[in-house]
Write a protein that binds this ligand. Sequence first.
Ligand code: 5GP
Ligand code: MN
Length: 377
Amino acid sequence: MNILDQEHIRLTNRLKAELSVPRRIVVTTHQGPDGDGMGSSLAIYHFLKKQGHDVSVITPNDYPEFLHWMPSNAEVVNFMRQKPLAEALIEKAEYIFHMDYNHLRRSADMSHTLYQCKAIRILIDHHLVPELPSKYVFSKTDVSSTCELLFGIIKQWNAKLIDRVIATCLYTGIMTDTGSFCYRSVSPQTFSVAAELLKYGIDRSEIYDQVYDNYSENRMRLMGYCLNEKMEVFPQYAAALISLNLEEQKRYGFIVGDSEGFVNLPLSIKGIRFSALFLEKEDKVKMSFRSKGDFSVNDFAKKHYGGGGHLNAAGGDEKKPMNELIQQFRELLPLYEKELKAPPPAPPQREGETSALQMTKLAASWGQRVGKQAKMK
Ligand code: 5GP
Ligand code: MN
């Protein structure tokens, strides 16, 4: 299994040589960190710590409580809450790792400090079009997650240092970024990496439990409210929208992470292939988009909201009023009618198997034959 191409192998070897003496290192990830952002950051943190480096993980802001169980979570510095400490660490850093993001903009209020610092940058990411100038660029868009790519890098770097803690962090990132190994981004390699990680003795069901079965009652009721009262379905465009304003969030005691996964819910309705979640924040509206099939929410988010992401999962934010944005979204849908209503790709067939279309044709011809036979009788 070759996760890395030749160029990335060369880069890893160079980086390994550069980091062969203890350095001051800061590891960062994107705002609103998710399982892949935290998983990759904490995995490289533990990997570098084991080599004697002085390492800090800094997040731009808060992240969901369902990630707080992760190893060394208590050591993570939050730029929004601990700005002087975070700034001092970034200023003193000799090396900065940018994990799971492709543009400094994605680090929100931390971007200015990151932009100004003189440290040597290492980008490790799987988003389309990396635009974060770095000495070491590990960018691969055909992997499921940054954690999948990072596994390849640290295995090349020093496989002997991988342990249960590092494997747990990596597995968490892969599991969360793939919807538990379901999304189209999952490849045979993803399963091979997961299988290798299992060999380090990680507790895969405990990880699942910590991430997905750890919500509050409030959050479950909020989900019910969203589905019952807030979900708008547009069958003619195979699309759906859920929005939550600040008052509704307050009513349900909303905390960071409570809307996690809501954007995926409408995709379980037959025929729905495009889903959006609009979440009002104090200073902006955060949008999440998901799709099935070839409809690119990355293009959609980029074009209309200056955001981005991947083919089937993207996001963006806007400072406009929520109602205006919702109305704009409704008005955009007819422009995409053709793309959204295109039939989903047929599932692959094994030789000798019959597709649905072939079945319809066969059934029609059987019908004709049966009709003819009935007439003959
Ligand atoms: P989520 O909807 O879970 O916040 O994000 C889905 C995907 O879109 C993630 O891969 C995330 O990195 C990306 N994404 C979310 N928000 C933004 C944004 O504002 N700008 C860009 N470029 N990507 C985003
Ligand atoms: Mn990711």
